[in-house]
Design a protein around this ligand. Structure first.
Ligand code: FAD
Length: 278
């Protein structure tokens, strides 16, 4: 099926893109890799009359050291995140997560900014973004602002972004190699039925979970239950709290009980693997 007709703009700067979004309001949609927006347009789930294609704004693809943090441009493809030497050495979780997304075609075109803005509850990056406590830099007609990961995901396909704002970069902290991402994939697409990202932080760990609820969340009950324990027993006991306080999704791919179970299993596996890397 073809998408409904739309006007197409290809700005070459961030300011031009924002001016177009401000002019067209809710009628306009940003296009990045197109791997979520185009299918949605073909199915008439999205029907923008104006498409603002930001894919040629070169500065948005950079991955650079930003003094203690690594700044990943919104247009960095999953493939470039997966293969970045800087991320592999300074924030290996993001590279590990990117490598699990979809297939080679999806990773070559899809972008980190597009994935975060789309906020699919089964997307992989959000687990890492909340576990890393990342910062999301956005630009709009009123200037730039930084949104913390904990405040960015609002609900199902819903974020704190205004319609006339674009994500420009995602800043993640440098971490040691003691991280892990464990995922159970939906077999056809690769999306996460459950994905668990773990960042070991001293004696503690930060745990981000995607695929289970309407939005990615920090498994704080499991984090607290873990305390300073690193034995198989304390890890398993902590992992049993991975879905505490959330209302797991129930759909044709998995029941809520199965999703809660997967959250516990993947949390235990991710904690074990991350601690084994300390
Ligand atoms: P687009 O499709 O271009 O845009 C998506 C949305 O984000 C649109 O609403 C758009 O307006 C908005 N947007 C894009 N960029 C910005 C920006 N910089 N600022 C503000 N808004 C913006 N994802 C996974 O996580 N795991 C998987 O296993 C997985 N498997 C997939 C398998 C298939 C077959 C397909 C088609 C997709 C899959 N995806 C998966 C989704 C994929 O990662 C998408 O690429 C991603 O979700 C969207 O990125 P994009 O660059 O393609 O964004």
């Amino acid at each position: 099926m073809y998408a409904a007709a739309f006007d197409y703009h290809r700005p070459s700067t961030i300011d031009e893109a924002i001016a177009l979004l401000a002019r067209h309001g809710d009628e306009a949609k940003v296009l990045a890799g197109g791997h979520s927006l185009i299918p949605a347009m073909k199915l008439r789930l999205a029907r923008p009359s104006v498409v603002v294609d930001i894919a040629r704004i070169a500065s948005l693809s950079e991955i650079r050291d930003a003094g203690g943090r690594i700044a990943v441009g919104a247009l960095a493809t999953h493939q470039s995140v997966e293969s970045s030497a800087l991320l592999k050495s300074k924030c290996p979780l993001l590279a590990e997560v990117a490598a699990t997304i979809g297939d080679v075609q999806v990773r070559n075109k899809g972008t980190i900014g597009g994935s975060l803005a789309h906020a699919d509850p089964a997307a992989d990056y959000p687990a890492a973004i909340v576990a890393l406590d990342a910062e999301i830099e956005v630009a709009g007609p009123k200037g730039r602002r930084t949104i913390r990961a904990a405040d960015f995901f609002v609900g199902l396909l819903e974020t704190a972004l205004a319609p006339d704002e674009i994500i420009t970069e995602i800043r993640v902290p440098a971490t040691p190699q003691s991280v892990a991402y464990e995922k159970t994939s939906q077999k056809a697409s690769g999306f996460a039925l459950t994905g668990v990202a773990v960042v070991v932080d001293g004696q503690a760990a930060r745990i981000g979970i995607t695929g289970v609820a309407t939005k990615a969340y920090r498994a704080t009950a499991a984090e607290q239950a873990l305390g300073a324990g690193r034995t198989a027993e304390t890890i398993a006991a902590a992992a049993s709290h991975a879905a505490d306080g959330v209302d797991p999704l129930n759909d044709i791919h998995a029941s809520s009980a199965f999703r809660a179970h997967l959250a516990q299993v993947n949390t235990r596996r991710a904690l074990e693997r991350a601690f084994s890397r300390v």
